[in-house]
Design a protein around this ligand. Structure first.
Ligand code: SF4
Ligand code: SF4
Length: 380
C-alpha cells in the first residue's frame, strides 16, 4: 500500500515529505538500495539525500531509480534529490566532481545541492568570497541546481552567519530532543523561509531507536523516537532525515508522515516526564547547556561534554554517549577536538556556572565514565 503524504515547502519552489531518506547506510548493494527506496516511496517519502562522499551511494541511487521507473512505474521526476559537496578545492575540481555526481545519479540537474560541513569560518569564506562562490555562480547560471543549502557541525555563531548571509535556501542541522542547542537557529532559518532538515534525529539524536529503560519508562505510552520526532515536527522543522536500512525502520515514519499538529497534552506530559526522570537521575548535577562557563583556557567544550554526561546518566543512553565521547579529537572539524582529560583544574569556569556545578569534578567523572578505545566514523 502506498501512503499519500502532504508535501512541505522546503526553500524555493521545492515540496518534500516530512521524512527524507538518508542514503549513507543502505550502500551494501544495489538490491538493498532499490528495496529501501521503494519502501520509502510506499511510505510517502519523496526526498532522497546523498553525497559523493557516501561511498557508492550516488551510483546505486542512479541505478535504483532507473529500475523503479522500468519495473515499478515510479517515475524519476517524482523524486526530489539533494546531493552534497565538501567546501574545498578550486573551480575545476568542483566542476568535475559535480559532473561526476550527475553522471552517477543519471540526472541532468539536481534539485538541491548542499555545501556539506560549513564547520569553520574558512568554509563560509570559501562560499562567500572564494572558489565556492564561482562554482555556485556557474551552477545557477547553467541551471544545474534549483537551490543551494548547507549542512554544518560548526558553532552556533557560524551557523547563524551562514543562515543570515542570504546565499542559502535551506540548511541541514543537528536538531534533537536530547540536544536542543540549535533549535533557535532552525527557527531563525524558518523565519527566513529557508527549508530546514534535521540531521539524523534517530541516531545522532541519541540513538533513540535503541532506547534505555529510563527513556522507555518515561515516554510511555509513546516510543521515545516517536516523541523526539513529534517534538521536532511541533517546532515546524521541514523534514527529518531517516537513515533506514530495513523495513522496520520506517514504522514510525509511516505513522507520522502526515503529522503537523502541535504537541498534544499527552505528548507534552510524556516529554515532561522524560525531563523529570532525567533530573531525578542526575540529582543536582544536570548541565543546563547555557554555555556561561566558556571560554575555557584549555579549550574544553564543557557544555558538549557535560551534555554527554546528561545523556548517559540522565537518559540512560550510555553506549551512544561513549561513542560520541571517544570520537573527540578524531573527527577533525566534524566534532570537538579536546576531551575532559585536558582540564587544568584552574577553576576559572566554576564561578560562571549559574547551576553551581563543580565542573572540573564532573569532567573528570565524565571522562572516567565514557573513555574507551575509539571507533572509526562511518563517513565524513
Ligand atoms: S577548570 Fe578545567 S574546564 Fe574549567 S576552565 Fe579550567 S581547564 Fe577549563
Ligand atoms: S555554565 Fe554550567 S550549566 Fe551552563 S553550560 Fe556551563 S556547566 Fe553547563
Amino acid at each position: 500500500m502506498i501512503i499519500h503524504s502532504k508535501k512541505r515547502s522546503f526553500g524555493k519552489d521545492c515540496n518534500i515529505s516530512l521524512f527524507t531518506l538518508g542514503t549513507m547506510r543502505a550502500t551494501e548493494n544495489l538490491d538493498k538500495m532499490y528495496k529501501i527506496i521503494k519502501i520509502a516511496y510506499q511510505t510517502g517519502i519523496n526526498h532522497l539525500e546523498t553525497a559523493a562522499s557516501y561511498g557508492n551511494a550516488e551510483i546505486m541511487i542512479g541505478e535504483a531509480l532507473k529500475k523503479l521507473e522500468t519495473s515499478d512505474n515510479i517515475l524519476r521526476k517524482e523524486w526530489i534529490i539533494t546531493t552534497k559537496v565538501l567546501p574545498k578545492g578550486d573551480f575545476n575540481y568542483l566542476k568535475n566532481n559535480f559532473e561526476n555526481s550527475l553522471k552517477n545519479l543519471k540526472l541532468n540537474k539536481v534539485n538541491n545541492l548542499a555545501i556539506h560541513g560549513i564547520n569553520l569560518e574558512e568554509h563560509l569564506d570559501w562560499v562567500l568570497n572564494g572558489e565556492g562562490k564561482n562554482f555556485l555562480k556557474w551552477l545557477i547560471k547553467e541551471g544545474l541546481v534549483d537551490q543551494v543549502g548547507f549542512s554544518s557541525h560548526g558553532s552556533y555563531s557560524l551557523i547563524q552567519k551562514a543562515i543570515n548571509c542570504d546565499v542559502f535556501s535551506f540548511c541541514n542541522l543537528h536538531l534533537h530532543f536530547l540536544d536542543q542547542s540549535k533549535i533557535s537557529l532552525a527557527e531563525l532559518a524558518l523565519k527566513k523561509n529557508m527549508g530546514v532538515l534535521a540531521i539524523s534525529p534517530a541516531d545522532k539524536g541519541g540513538r533513540l531507536y535503541s532506547p534505555s529503560d529510563i527513556l522507555l519508562k518515561a515516554s510511555a505510552p509513546y516510543h521515545p523516537l516517536e516523541l523526539a520526532y513529534r517534538f521536532l515536527i511541533s517546532k515546524g522543522i521541514t523534514t527529518l532525515s531517516l537513515g533506514a536500512t530495513k523495513l522496520e525502520d520506517f514504522n514510525i515514519a509511516k505513522k507520522l508522515i502526515n503529522s503537523s499538529q502541535k504537541l498534544t497534552f499527552s505528548e507534552i506530559s510524556a516529554l515532561e516526564n522524560i525531563e523529570k526522570l532525567a533530573n531525578e537521575e542526575l540529582k543536582s548535577t544536570k548541565c543546563e547547556q547555557c554555555r556561561s562557563c566558556l571560554p575555557c583556557p584549555s579549550e574544553i567544550p564543557i557544555p558538549e561534554i557535560l551534555r554527554l554526561r546528561n545523556i548517559s546518566l540522565g537518559y540512560g543512553q550510555l553506549e551512544f554517549a561513549k561513542e560520541r565521547y571517544n570520537l573527540i579529537g578524531r573527527a577533525g572539524h566534524w566534532w570537538e577536538e579536546r576531551n575532559a582529560s585536558y582540564c587544568l583544574e584552574c577553576n576559572e569556569c566554576v564561578p560562571r556556572c549559574p547551576c553551581k556545578l563543580n565542573i572540573p569534578d564532573l569532567l573528570k567523572h565524565t571522562h572516567n565514565l565514557l573513555v574507551e578505545n575509539p571507533k572509526k566514523r562511518l563517513w565524513s
